[in-house]
Design a protein around this ligand. Structure first.
Ligand code: DSN
Length: 420
């Protein structure tokens, strides 16, 4: 235990024990929530540093408070590394997380009531893409497009063009949190160009895969603004990143601060800088490719057992099982069953789900975290077998307990970075 942890254990053992419990949970279980990952020890060092003490409102060279010689260096470094990594013209590294990041991007360009074309939540979009329950859905006029789940998740671009001509959006947004395919950014841009709309991509889930060159890059396709969180496939601290064309730089910066936020969390910004350095290493490309290979193998193992996957497979790091069709279980029951065998996943709505979000028809699985631990294709086949066995016999306590012992034994072979 390092000296900071020792101090915490001595002063507040209740909280220290909870952190230790969470460490054990992360070590003992198979983490398959596609938006989670294990960050680097070097990033944890930044997060737990004295940078958390510092107010740094403003931007490098133009802050509102003194004492910024080190914070300026950190933020400049983070921005330079982010722009180089993604081939972008400008980066804002201050968004505190994904929701404020997207809000800032909208407010940089849109006025209340403006129309945005965005993917329907149940088809894989995100709450912040204008779901009616979100504040953004009340401020702007989001018009939703859908996918064809039975045709490999295809988007009908002729239909999208017709919708764009009818609704005259100010922005065409693509991006997702439960869509297991890649996007044709050029096709989105053609629609946007036809109606004079801005293009925005939220690549939060696949930011690391794009940075590694393993998936298509909307910056290269000439998108106006690209957002990503830094804690998913990028394996960094919990935060957001906005990338954009130079012509939009002052609008984006002003929308983040002072438009939406106050002082940036400089411990996070330092962690993001380290993350971008890591993501430029050849090892990270290998990690991204293995993450996607693992996803394909797991998807195939499930489909070989007759499991129905939304869009019929995956081209990225995640997949969505229709557990009602496959196991006659709803998503909540399936998630709870997987918890009992030491596999953490999340219940998920499927396209036009007839069930409500708290008890939807799907479960989402992803490979970023277990790939970080070093798990490979053989492990994915075992995990697929365990998932199917458990979901076929959710009331067989003895069988579930046996699988849990097996998942724990497998996890013992794969250390978690930063815990040990
Ligand atoms: N909560 C994240 C996810 O799981 O996809 C995105 O908001």
């Amino acid at each position: 235990m390092d000296s900071h942890r020792q101090a915490l254990a001595a002063y507040d053992p209740k909280i220290e024990r909870a952190i230790a419990g969470e460490e054990r949970r992360q070590v003992d279980g198979v983490e398959m929530i596609p938006s989670e990952n294990y960050t680097y020890p070097e990033v944890l060092a930044c997060l737990g540093s004295v940078l958390t003490n510092k107010y740094a409102e403003g931007y490098p060279g133009r802050r509102y408070y003194g004492g910024q010689e080190f914070t300026d260096e950190i933020e400049r470094t983070a921005r330079q590394r982010a722009t180089k990594l993604f081939g972008a013209e400008h980066a804002n590294v201050q968004p505190l997380s994904g929701s404020p990041m997207n809000q800032a991007a909208y407010f940089a360009f849109l006025s209340p009531g403006d129309t945005v074309l965005a993917m329907d939540l149940s088809h894989g979009g995100h709450l912040t893409h204008g779901a009616p329950v979100s504040h953004m859905g009340k401020v702007f006029n989001f018009v939703r497009y859908k996918t064809h789940p039975d045709q490999g998740g295809a988007i009908d671009f002729d239909e999208l063009m017709r919708t764009a001509k009818e609704t005259r959006p100010k922005m065409v947004l693509c991006g997702y949190s439960s869509y297991p395919r890649d996007y044709d950014y050029a096709a989105f841009k053609a629609v946007a160009d036809e109606v004079g709309a801005l293009t925005m991509a939220d690549i939060s889930h696949i930011g690391g895969l794009v940075a590694a060159g393993a998936m298509r890059n909307p910056c290269a396709a000439g998108f106006d603004v690209v957002t990503t969180t830094t804690h998913k496939t990028l394996r960094g601290p919990r935060g957001g990143l906005i990338l954009n064309k130079k012509e939009h730089a002052s609008k984006i910066d002003a929308a983040v601060f002072p438009g939406l936020q106050g002082g940036p969390h400089m411990n996070n910004v330092a962690g993001a800088a380290v993350t971008f350095k890591k993501a430029a290493e050849p090892e990270f490309r290998a990690y991204a490719e293995q993450t996607m290979k693992n996803a394909k193998v797991l998807a195939q193992a499930l489909m070989d057992e007759g499991v129905s996957l939304i869009t019929g497979g995956t081209d990225n790091h995640m997949m969505v099982m229709d557990v009602v069709k496959s196991f006659d279980l709803d998503g909540r029951a399936a998630q709870e069953t997987l918890d009992r065998i030491g596999i953490t996943a999340n219940k998920q709505v499927i396209p036009d789900d007839p069930l409500p979000p708290v008890r939807p028809s799907g479960v989402r699985l992803g490979t970023p975290a277990c790939t970080t631990r070093g798990m490979g294709e053989a492990d994915m086949r075992r995990i697929g077998g365990w998932i199917v066995a458990a979901l076929r016999a959710p009331d067989d306590e003895a069988a579930l307990a046996k699988i849990k012992r097996e998942t724990e034994e497998m996890c013992r072979s794969y250390p978690v970075p930063g815990i040990g």
